[in-house]
Write a protein that binds this ligand. Structure first.
Ligand code: HEM
Length: 205
């Protein structure tokens, strides 16, 4: 089922649904009394959800023996970047009104903004080099190395969330736990693949 063309279209529509829902609410003037804050939170939520979903693809396809899941990783990763871009643009354009002095002041004053910027900047090369052409240009190994930046993005997004909340830490803690489990899974797989086999001296690794 996962290999069908329709499955890709279904995942695409699912990933697009949140922004369509937001557009519908905006169209009907139903974005709460503080629309900018609402859009910032809404797009931030979807950016981190998509980022965690992207990180989950590899562990899920191995644990559930569903190799076909890999077909969706690039799309979901690009949607993570799409929602992060909307989030950033809302803050930059609607909240700060492109006022560079105010923006720089925010970077200096609020550490969670810096963590958000670090997350966004790390996601940028991943989105730009996500095509087959870039895999060919960079070579598989270098491309994979570069795409390990997603681990940094996952951690930085959680730090961003932890630093911005004032009291209720439940959601950042949930995302933090998910990212920790997903990265621990990868670290475990790496260790299993690289540990010395019996009789092999550790110096040779
Ligand atoms: C330069 C980049 C970024 C800036 C300036 C930024 C700014 C903000 C701001 C101003 C808020 C609202 C804070 C508040 O109301 O107290 C926020 C919330 C949030 N941001 Fe970002 N952000 C950035 C990047 C990101 C990225 C890349 C992600 C995820 C991949 C992300 C995820 C979130 C989340 C999950 C929230 C909380 C949403 C909620 O409370 O429901 N942000 N961000």
């Amino acid at each position: 089922m996962l290999r069908r063309h329709g499955a890709k279209i279904a995942v695409f529509l699912l990933c697009l649904a949140p922004v369509l829902w937001l557009a519908r609410r905006a169209w009907s003037g139903n974005l709460t009394p503080n629309p900018i804050e609402y859009i910032t939170h809404y797009t931030g939520d979807w950016a981190i959800r998509m980022l965690v979903a992207t990180l989950a693809i590899t562990p899920l396809r191995k644990v559930l023996h569903l190799p076909g899941l890999i077909r969706f990783r690039r799309m979901i990763g690009l949607f993570a970047f799409f929602y992060a871009s909307l989030h950033f643009a809302t803050w930059f354009g609607l909240d700060k009104f492109f006022d560079l002095r105010e923006i720089l002041r925010d970077f200096a004053k609020r550490r969670f903004i810096l963590a958000g910027l670090a997350t966004f900047v790390a996601m940028l090369p991943l989105a730009l080099t996500s095509t087959k052409g870039w895999i060919r240009r960079l070579g598989g190994r270098r491309w994979q190395m570069l795409h390990r930046l997603i681990y940094f993005s996952g951690i930085a997004a959680v730090v961003h969330y932890f630093w911005l909340v004032k009291s209720d830490l439940r959601l950042p803690a949930l995302y933090g736990s998910l990212v920790t489990i997903l990265l621990a899974y990868r670290a475990g797989s790496w260790w299993v693949a690289h540990r010395p086999s019996r009789g092999e001296s550790p110096q040779r690794i």
